[in-house]
Design a protein around this ligand. Sequence first.
Ligand code: CAA
Length: 255
Amino acid sequence: MKNIKTNLEENTLVITINRPDKLNALNETVLTELESIIIDNRDKPNIKCVIITGEGDKAFVAGADIKEMSSFSSMDAIKYSNKGINLFNIIESYPKPIIAAVNGYALGGGLELALACHIRYISKNAILGLPEVSLGLIPGFGGTQRLRNIVGLGNAIEIITSANHIKSEDAKKLGLANKICDNVLEESIELCKKISNNSSTAIRNAIQSIVSGMNVNYYDSFSIENNLFSQLYETEDSKEGMLAFLERRKPKFKD
Ligand code: CAA
């Protein structure tokens, strides 16, 4: 891998986007490498959580690579946007929790990546925003839709049309961040350890229920939950989890 580093922290795969001299901007190589790592690790039972972060302490990701994008035709732009949208959809519907450890700037495609992740932990110096209109563009990796879902219509239109840089405290107030951290990577790893104690099968179904439920009619979403809830009764994990509670001991999940 040219622009991505990975390491394993117990059951957590830490993926680091590694172009610090370009503030970890997303070029085609980064997108391709990120997609291949995410897909390759999807079904590995030893990996229970994933963290995505950026190299250095200045940026998570400062956006799509503007130099690369500047020579695109509109046909190139369609392909590029589809590549990002497909990857970020894979991330959003991933069966294992994915945490964005936002360690500095998360702008444009960088914030869009963080918005596709399930959980966002951010550093105190984090700056978030979708400044594409200042380049004569709009967000092209799903940001218009995901930002609206997370912060609501009025806030999304204000953030996108103003191209504002949002500081960490304001990001937290807007619901863009789950937590502001003193050490974002350490605290993300701690969260992953806690998540890893729970049943991976149940976690997979929980994420599927929450994410799939967003895309259907409100009342249809309850039948998705109902199916995924009842499916778990066919797993060893649910038997073990409930038995352990009744026997007043910690469960040993087999996943
Ligand atoms: N693409 C390509 N290179 C980038 C980049 C980006 N998005 N962001 C930063 N860089 C590069 C700079 O060109 C610079 O490289 P050189 O040293 O080779 O000139 C290096 O990273 C350091 O950046 P700065 O010197 O600009 O650092 P700074 O501290 O002065 O400013 C910043 C930091 C405010 C984040 C500023 O770099 C910036 O505004 N970056 C662009 C942010 C942006 O507009 N992102 C949206 C991109 S478009 C997009 O993402 C489209 C989409 O949705 C698909």
